[in-house]
Ligand binder design. Structure first.
Ligand code: IPE
Ligand code: IPE
Ligand code: MG
Length: 237
């Protein structure tokens, strides 16, 4: 027991419920997304304070491209604006910023800003903040499979020797430890095509709070709940 780690190395959050939060107030859905940015700030700060090394956030799924253009546009603009505005805070808190997902679907402007932010924060070493943008778990596994198929096309005799590490190293999350804790807000209890491979042994926490209401206190409470979990990995103690 003593050797067990109480603070999760990697916390991941499926930030859900922005639309409902806004509708409850008689406002447009995008208003909820704006308020959600404040929760991102709060949880990033809380993660830094708690000594969490990786905080990843599911911000936009591949399926979310199917929402009305006006909402998609507003979300993309909001990502751009918030990212640029957070630069000083990232430097102050030594936060390394990373975006993962199907970036070919993002605009050149947004991709330019992402590259710039990733480069300028690359040597920050306190917290790695990962934003999953245009991401889906099946897409990730598919692109890893394609990459493997290409690499092994000329040496099929090696295929039988492939192992889990060959997939791990081709997922967009290569080099990032699997999430210890996955939180989903808004009461929904599903993965919605998030980290399918990487969540094999994650602990799950479903919070009834809508994302704009999920602030520091809720984040710390989630860490406390995690500390009580008994992770067995299929073995007996
Ligand atoms: C989460 O909030 C943000 C994104 C998926 C982009 P939603 O926009 O899904 O809000 P609800 O679930 O409709 O309330
Ligand atoms: C999951 O939320 C995606 C993100 C939080 C980015 P959704 O609101 O898109 O998921 P469903 O449609 O309720 O499964
Ligand atoms: Mg939702």
């Amino acid at each position: 027991m003593e050797e067990e780690k109480r603070i999760p190395t990697h916390v991941s959050i499926i930030m859900d419920g922005n639309g409902r939060w806004a509708r409850e107030r008689g406002r447009e859905r995008v208003f909820g997304h704006f308020e959600g940015v404040e929760s991102v700030r709060a949880c990033t700060e809380a993660a830094v304070e708690a000594g969490v090394r990786y905080l990843s956030l599911f911000a936009f799924s591949e399926e979310n491209w199917g929402r009305p253009d006006s909402e998609v546009d507003a979300l993309m603009k909001l990502m751009f604006k918030s990212m640029v505005e957070e630069f000083e805070t990232f430097m102050k808190n030594r936060v390394r910023f990373v975006v993962l997902g199907n970036r070919s679907r993002l605009s050149d402007t947004l991709n330019g800003a992402i590259d710039d932010m990733m480069e300028r924060t690359a040597s920050n070493d306190r917290l790695t903040l990962i934003l999953f943008l245009s991401y889906s778990g099946k897409w990730d596994i598919l692109q890893a499979a394609k990459s493997m198929a290409k690499d092994y096309a000329s040496c099929p005799e090696k295929i039988d020797g492939l192992d889990f590490a060959d997939i791990d190293s081709r997922l967009v999350t290569a080099g990032i430890p699997d999430p210890d804790l996955i939180i989903r807000t808004s009461g929904e209890q599903r993965l919605s095509n998030y980290l399918l491979w990487q969540s094999a042994y994650s602990e799950f926490l479903f919070s009834p709070l809508l994302w704009p209401d999920f602030r520091k206190e809720a984040f710390f409470a989630a860490l406390e709940e995690f500390a009580k979990r008994d992770r067995r990995y299929g073995k007996v103690k």
